[in-house]
Write a protein that binds this ligand. Structure first.
Ligand SMILES: [Zn+2]
Length: 290
């Protein structure tokens, strides 16, 4: 099946951006903070946030999805997420980070190595990622990465590509289908938001998005008081743990050989930030499974 998201090519995006500038269109081209990359976003962040909220409710309403009842697990995720969110509010993403209605949930599933953050600020961490994250700094690396996908509008960008690749298809039609049980987020939107594994549509983030999430993610983790060097170890553990059962996280976050290299490139800036802030306590995450 051809990937519908690959239809709009970079050149077309660039052309669209030039047209935006010439015509002074209010919406269309945005610039990603930190990397200064031009991105095409025709789905406004407010609408993306609404879709993120609905996708989140959709996932949590699945009877197979159990929220963790362990105070220890929830506390561990909250203490890291709170610091990452605070760092985001003091970052170049401050405007969106302050507007987001942040909510953090822990899903009790020791077999699923995954975590996600959606536009609008809904975050979920599966307990199966604890052994890979290992400690607070490791979880901060993962959450920093995921939160950047949401704040840098990667989901909106992918939805926008879908909207433009299907002439006449409105953003609303893409995401919000009518249903007796209330709005249901469509497969394409779930995939664009990075939740494709839930609906069987595998849509890995592009190298550009992954690169931004990695490099800006460790800046957020460092700002939150966590050693950014743990990110390198997290990806190594992710790789090692994926032998045998494939990690859901790796299936939507393909491991590139360049990942470690680019993390190391971004490391001096992250370490400089880390050295200036008060360090967060280095706490191991609770053990999971049996
Ligand atoms: Zn990613």
């Amino acid at each position: 099946m051809p990937n519908p998201f690959s239809v709009i090519r970079f050149q077309q995006v660039k052309l669209f951006c030039v047209l935006c500038m010439l015509t002074g269109m209010a919406m269309g081209c945005e610039t990603v903070p930190y990397t200064d990359r031009s991105q095409l976003v025709v789905v406004p962040q407010s609408q993306a946030a609404e879709m993120g909220e609905q996708a989140f409710q959709q996932i949590l309403s699945d009877p197979k999805v159990q929220q963790s009842q362990s105070a220890e697990e929830q506390e561990a995720v909250n203490r890291v997420a709170d610091r990452i969110i605070q760092a985001a509010k003091e970052s170049k993403f401050a405007e969106d980070a302050k507007a987001f209605q942040w909510e953090v949930t822990v899903i009790k599933d020791d077999q699923t190595t995954n975590a996600f953050a959606l536009p609008g600020g809904k975050i979920a961490v599966y307990t199966g990622i604890f052994p890979v994250a290992k400690n607070d700094a490791g979880l901060a690396a993962i959450l920093g990465h995921e939160v950047v996908h949401a704040l840098a509008r990667h989901g909106s960008e992918r939805m926008s590509q879908e909207v433009l690749s299907q002439a006449g298809l409105s953003a609303a039609a893409l995401g919000l289908g009518a249903s007796g049980a209330g709005p249901v987020v469509g497969q394409a939107t779930m995939a664009a938001l990075g939740l494709g594994a839930k609906v069987g549509v595998l849509l890995p983030y592009s190298r550009t998005h992954e690169s931004e999430a990695d490099t800006i993610g460790i800046l957020l983790a460092a700002k939150a008081g966590y050693d950014p060097q743990e990110a390198v170890r997290v990806w190594q553990r992710m790789q090692e743990g994926s032998q045998g059962t494939p990690s859901e996280f790796l299936s939507t976050h393909p491991s590139h050989e360049t990942r470690i290299t680019r993390l190391k490139e971004a490391m001096p800036e992250a370490l400089e930030i880390y050295q200036k802030v008060q360090h967060a306590p280095d706490t191991p995450l609770p053990p999971v499974g049996g």
